[in-house]
Design a protein around this ligand. Sequence first.
Ligand SMILES: *Cc1c(COP(=O)(O)O)cnc(C)c1O
Length: 355
Amino acid sequence: MHKRLFTPGPTQVRAEILKELATPQIHHRTPEFSELYADIQSKLQQVLFTKNAVLLYTASSTGAMESAVTNLVAKRCLNLVNGAFSERWHEITVANNVPCDTFELPWDTAIKPEMVDEQLATGKYDAVTLVYNETSTGLMNPLESIAKVVAKYPDVFLLVDAVSGMAGAPIETDAWGIDFVLAGVQKAFALPAGLAVAAISDRAVERSKTVPSRSYYFNIPLMYKSHLKNQTPSTPSIPHMYALNAQLTDMLAEGMEKRFARHAKLASIVQAWAMKHFDIYPEEGYRSQTLTSVVNTKGIDVPTMINRLADEFNLRIANGYGDIKNKTFRIAHMGDVQIDEIEGLLKAIETVLGL
Ligand SMILES: *Cc1c(COP(=O)(O)O)cnc(C)c1O
């Protein structure tokens, strides 16, 4: 029996979208393919409020994170770290021998614009990495106000991991001046894992041509050259592209403002429930619109609860991440989830816990 996913990636995929994956294959060096690519392109630009190119990676999000730091740092990168995924981005930067430093905060604390300002004022950096929505903690960093600060430093590029935020919370790529913003499609896009998208500014493309190449598969100048022909340099996951195209059509039909409002409403329901019975992990004012990390204030047996939800109700939520496993558990409210579905989930948790 299928367990409906309320996990922060992968998320539940609608049956109609799964069917798109079975579209008969086309060859990737044909006009039909370029048409599909161009179609996806213009829709992604609407979702991301941008005129920038949106690159497609046949990889999970980690590939696009690696592409950003290997192609867009000419001098030194500042990795902002306040959770497991921002820590991973630092590890990726180090693993690729890209010069970098971290600015670290406790996992329940948001990065504030003035902290970024202080770091950039040293003049040491020409790029900064930020995770918009920390999926490990359900914390949303204030992207718009951080972007304003970064914009004061014309040589510093803002690289954003928006993996679990994109398509669930607003990202005004051009208005906020974001040079690179990436996401894997298995989170708020509600598609199967295996494809990532990233909007890249013109100046970032230009810089990538001057940075000594550190990568082949994730090489931005090569990807961009193909992009101009509505192509990818190597064979992409065409099934994913059909599914993404169909999902984008549905997302734009719902309307982005409405989609964001639905996510905000889902978040308010789950957060109110969490405050009534437990507590919420990140500091107030920075709680995520797409997932909630609930603090286990009652000392419940988290794995048992998760297993019973799966066995008795065919619903799956996630334990806490890393060090805060069992001390927290996570409920995702992103993608195509509807209000009645999240209410049903919360009821089921109450039944399992006897609340
Ligand atoms: C899921 C996630 C990742 C990693 O994604 P993969 O698709 O597993 O490579 C990175 N960053 C954030 C914020 C995530 O939520």
